[in-house]
Design a protein around this ligand. Structure first.
Ligand code: ZN
Length: 307
């Protein structure tokens, strides 16, 4: 279950042997994170990552391999994913990239304001919804910044845009079912949670294992509770005919996302099918506002006829 998207990240200072800990985190239909695997690595080379991911693959069902994997920019991991999960899409965490751009470009700007302005422009480039929009914004960056800040342009284009744009810019990654995960925030949140259980950073591997055990037991209880809550919670919002075939079958979180699209449809604030880039459909697997409109009309018609 829930093998669509996995987020991978390493954390440190968990044990006395200074072994990095690779965590693999998934997401439930109730939008909760769950730890799917922990691996102590002796180092962060391609061989170690390959060994870890090959073992991870053996615990997944062959016909439910991940659609999407999200990582920070760890080049060794980048190459290994291509080999071990050749059919999965790979996303590079947008937040890590933003931090790297800030850390590397700050020194080239004389004033903080100029740097902030550039980061805003960079963020808009990352959020470009179509390839056309992306290239227009990219060309605008090159023409406005090349004269005064050639090193900034060289850094962002050489380090990020040219080699990896398909791995982090919305225009490309929003074609996949990533369920809203364009960053590794979930796994970082999981690491913070784990460290509360750990208490010390110099324990043995057994100490860490016991902390995992406690944390996973609690995680399991919380997930079960949310599933129970999701199947009995029946807001009046979902009593309309539009939701009749969905209530009890899909999570309350999915219903609320559909409800958002329905609201856009009702207030007429949504792109028509021909202008829509289908972000909701592609990234979440749920109908966009223009599709909700079609369901709404056909359901109402049926209701009048057969109701
Ligand atoms: Zn659409």
């Amino acid at each position: 279950m829930f093998s669509n998207v996995f987020l991978l990240d390493c954390t440190y200072k968990t044990n006395r042997y200074k072994m990095p800990l690779l965590s693999i985190v998934g997401m439930t239909s109730t939008q909760q994170s769950f730890f799917s695997a922990f691996v102590f690595l002796s180092n962060e080379t391609e061989d170690s990552y390959k060994w870890a991911l090959e073992h991870f693959k053996t615990i997944l069902h062959q016909n439910s391999l991940p659609l999407v994997l999200v990582t920070d920019r760890e080049l060794a991991l980048l190459n290994v994913i291509k080999v071990v999960f050749p059919t999965s899409k790979h996303i590079l965490c947008q937040v890590h990239i933003h931090r790297n751009v800030l850390a590397n470009c700050k020194k080239y700007f004389k004033e903080g304001k100029e740097c902030e302005k550039f980061l805003g422009v960079w963020q808009r480039l990352v959020e470009a919804r179509t390839e056309n929009e992306f290239y227009m914004r990219y060309n605008a960056i090159i023409s406005s910044y090349s004269g005064y800040y050639p090193k900034v342009v060289a850094y962002v284009s050489g380090t990020w845009v040219e080699p990896y744009k398909e791995f982090f810019v919305s225009a490309w990654i929003d074609k996949y079912l990533h369920l809203g995960n364009s960053t590794t925030n979930r796994v970082e949140g999981g690491h913070n949670h784990l460290k509360k259980f750990l208490e010390v950073s110099i324990g043995t591997l057994n100490t860490v294992w016991r902390a995992f055990d406690q944390m996973i037991t609690l995680q399991h209880t919380e997930i079960r509770r949310a599933f129970g809550h999701s199947s009995i919670q029946m807001s009046t919002e979902y009593k309309s005919i539009l939701y009749s075939a969905l209530v009890g079958r899909v999570s309350i979180n999915a219903l609320s996302l559909i409800r958002e699209e329905e609201k856009k449809y009702s207030s007429k604030e949504y792109p028509r099918e021909e202008d829509c880039v289908h972000t909701t459909r592609n990234t979440l697997g749920l109908p966009c506002a223009h599709e909700v409109g079609i369901y709404n009309i056909s359901l109402k018609t049926r209701h009048i006829r057969y109701g």
